[in-house]
Design a protein. Structure first.
Length: 552
């Protein structure tokens, strides 16, 4: 078992917070108006809050209330924090977990896992996108392949289990939180251009024992010719989404490896990579799937992006965006496609996607020996969207940039540890109009019709947050937090946090007041990617701070 460091608060005020009764076993935390209990805010994953103390009429007086430093910069602060009963649960680089008083930012407890030396060798180490809460516990997945459960009130370790052997799995680990899905805790491991076999795991939330395993790489020679499956990538980078109404957990899966196929490197459609999979959380059984990009050769996987459940005219729709610039609408019960619409302006890898079947129309695969030009850029569309039932609009950002791809034959390196298996060199490029930019859009989620748009010459990698106060919050890669009028797109408030925003802002209630919290910190890896195209950002400061705001 791994060693760790835990610290409890000393002040009487925080002790009173700790005196809150424990949550019942096998239950999720309350999704009441003042809480942000799951990664995307609520049971429908829409990142919408019914709080309205902060609104379009007074947001101009929003001021910083407190700041918490994670203590390690590493990959910055890319999380979406959770908030339950006035306590903020935050996670930084190296999987450092903090419980904070939501009104003051004072620390209640912290937990520092002892990470193995392997984190100094693997790709995407230090990165942590969030925690999960349920059963009176805080759950995390670590960058060295462990699952950990902590007591929600004290931070005391309850169980600590190795779920992935990061060496034998050839680089697999966790950079996102698990999903509390009914009676099961579901973890999605990394993968993609890391050669190996990506997995989604069902875990007993009381013991940490693995209940079931779903192999993202289907064991089928028609889908994976030759021995290509053994180094096929896969995985599920981002958090999944649990729909209690259908008792289904949904995941978007990563791209296959090598990213770029020089011809017969991985024959077949390469299921279940670059797909949406619907799993029974009790058994891990596949209910349905749709491969959004069969035999993906662009790194346009489905792992980046987010699920939202939208009710309209008595019909439920599961919305999902992928990196290829498209938004898919599914019937959550059986995966029937309701519509597909294009989000990014610049898309040239296909002429379109059939809105009824999801079939790709006239795909333009990159070719070996050529300098291929593809839009959009693979480093885009990672963030989560938001949907407001008040306005009926979806708020989402996109990066408008392209890339050149030069393909080379490459052998997968798995000994002693995996290295990137790209099969080529992707380089960022400007759009056909000679520019690269981002935009925040308000759209009809069912059709993609634009209500308003705000353009930015700074990349937008922040998730969006909408509220009943008719506001939309998000941040940019320079570090400026923004608030917009949800109906018109008019900018109403800004605040410079000092380092780029890549995580998700949240809103919550503590001490009788509404707060908005922004994770800030560009981090070395994210900053390096962005600076490839936005060279002026190469020297932007790194950081790792959670900043909370309230009205004066």
């Amino acid at each position: 078992m791994k060693k760790s460091v835990t610290s409890a608060a000393m002040t009487a005020a925080l002790a009173a917070v700790l005196a809150t009764p424990a949550l019942a076993q096998n239950t999720a935390p309350s999704s009441g108006a003042g809480n942000w209990p799951v990664y995307n805010g609520n049971p429908t994953s829409t990142r919408f809050s019914p709080l309205n103390e902060i609104n379009a009429g007074n947001v101009q007086t929003l001021t910083a209330a407190w700041i918490h430093q994670a203590g390690v910069i590493g990959q910055g602060l890319v999380e979406t924090p959770l908030v339950v009963d006035g306590v903020v649960y935050s996670i930084g680089s190296n999987d450092r977990v903090f419980a904070l008083d939501g009104a003051t930012g004072n620390e209640i407890w912290h937990y520092y896992p002892h990470l193995g030396d392997i984190v100094n060798e693997i790709a995407f180490s230090q990165l942590a996108r969030g925690v999960a809460i349920g059963n009176g516990r805080v759950y995390i997945g670590t960058v060295d392949g462990y699952g950990i459960a902590l007591d929600q009130k004290t931070g005391k370790e309850i169980w600590n289990t190795q779920l992935l052997d990061t060496r034998k799995c050839k680089g697999c680990n966790f950079t996102s939180p698990p999903v509390v899905a009914g009676k099961t805790l579901v973890y999605g491991g990394t993968g993609g251009e890391l050669p190996g076999i990506g997995k989604i795991l069902g875990v007993d939330p009381d013991t940490g024992k693995i209940i079931w395993t779903f192999e993202v790489l289907k064991n089928d020679p028609k889908s994976w010719g030759g021995d290509s499956r053994l180094s096929g990538g896969g995985g599920a980078w981002m958090p999944g989404f649990y729909d209690a109404q259908t008792n289904t957990v949904f995941y978007g899966t990563a791209n296959p490896a090598p990213d770029y196929d020089w011809g017969n490197a991985r024959p077949g459609d390469n299921l279940y990579t670059s797909s949406v999979v619907a799993l029974d959380p009790d058994t891990g059984k596949l209910k349905w799937y749709h491969q959004e990009v069969p035999h993906d050769v662009w790194d346009y996987d489905a792992a980046a992006g987010q699920f939202m459940m939208i009710d309209h005219d008595g019909r439920r729709t599961l919305l999902h965006r992928n990196k290829g610039g498209f938004t898919f609408l599914y019937d959550p019960a059986d995966g029937t496609i309701q519509n597909v619409w294009q989000f990014n302006k610049y898309v040239n890898w296909v002429k379109g996607i059939d809105p009824k079947t999801g079939d790709l129309i006239d795909r333009q695969d990159p070719k070996m020996g050529e300098k291929n030009y593809a839009c959009p850029w693979l480093v885009g569309n990672w963030e989560s969207n938001s949907y407001s039932p008040q306005t009926g609009l979806m708020y989402a950002t996109a990066v408008e940039a392209c890339m050149t791809i030069e393909i080379q034959r490459q052998a997968p390196e798995t000994v002693p540890l995996s290295s990137y298996y790209f099969g080529g060199t992707p380089s960022p490029a400007k759009t056909p109009d000679g520019q690269a930019y981002s935009h925040l859009d308000a759209r009809d989620p069912l059709t993609g019709k634009v209500a308003w748009e705000v353009k930015s010459d700074i990349p937008l990698y922040s998730s969006a947050l909408s509220t009943a106060g008719d506001l939309v919050f998000m941040g940019d890669a320079k570090g400026v937090a923004h608030a917009y009028d949800a109906k018109t797109g008019k900018e109403l408030w800004t605040f410079n946090l000092g380092s780029g925003i890549r995580g998700g802002p949240v809103t919550y209630e503590a001490g009788g007041h509404q707060y908005v919290a922004f994770p800030s910190g560009l981090g070395g890896f994210g900053g390096a990617f962005i600076a490839q195209l936005w060279t002026k950002m190469a020297d932007y400061p790194q950081g790792a701070a959670l900043v909370a705001f309230r009205l004066k």
